[in-house]
Design a protein around this ligand. Sequence first.
Ligand SMILES: [Zn+2]
Length: 329
Amino acid sequence: MILFDRFVGMELAYYRALNRRVLLSGKDAKNLSAQEKGYAGECTYDRIFDEVGHGFVFVFRDVYLGIEGRAAQYDSLIVSDDGIVVNEIKNYSGNYRYDKGTWYIGKSPVSDDALSQLRRAVGKLVKLRYQVRGKFNISGKVIFPNIEFRLQSNDDELWDNVVMRSGLRSYLMQFQNMNAGRVAEDIAELIRSHIVPNTYFDKCADFSAVRKGLYCSECGGFELENRKYHLVCESCGSRETKETHIIRAISDYKALFLNERLTNKRFMEFIGYKVSEKTVFRMLNKYCEQHLKGPATHYTFKYKSFDDACENNDRSWRYKDYIDGLVRD
Ligand SMILES: [Zn+2]
């Protein structure tokens, strides 16, 4: 059972939204492509796990846990009565070599050390287990889901700790036979109670520098013809409802302006006044929490992302609780 699903992370959402509205610098474009690649790898892993089936185990995808005052990120945590398995997902591609603690691509050393990242991630959970005097196992693997990834090494310890794409399906199949009863529920509760927001990402775009308006999701064009309920792209003819456009714009605003309040006035400016204030007001109240303070009334998006808002318009109470916990005033 998936207890926490994966959504586009803050950093990827930021660069995607920025890319629509400014010409990215070389560094930003590189960051966007690295983020896209990482996310694609995580989605491949999720898809294969979904196809294989999760059996009874509990799965947490992309969570930050607050342990000893710091947030640690986990790509995937699998919880059964045996304990917790950490899966650190690396979407590497190309020919890699691992020798005496260093990774190489061709002859160049790689700065990332996936194995120490895994050790650190496992180590943090060991601390958490110690804090609660828990008695369950904690282990982990680095997962390489990319079919184009090759790895050479004579290090047995490495091979014990990694799962290549060719072995991923059979690796994930083992979880089907695991039990998840009372013990697993307690562990899942422990994890849930330590989930914190991502505090690492703190980039905020310059409001005056981003292009205002609404854009076509197909071609990115900003020239849209205003119909009664739809906006029609003048470049490619795609048609999307005003509601869809507004949800996307709210999601973009949240991604781009981390600590800037979303007010009616600010949002109208952001969307270039392309939709009537009345419609915007209705949508803000439908998709956001309203924080009433007269003219300074502001809104916080109830959803993790555009896709989340489209799919989960009738959210479960559990998810709502989590979102409430994230709202910062
Ligand atoms: Zn278009």
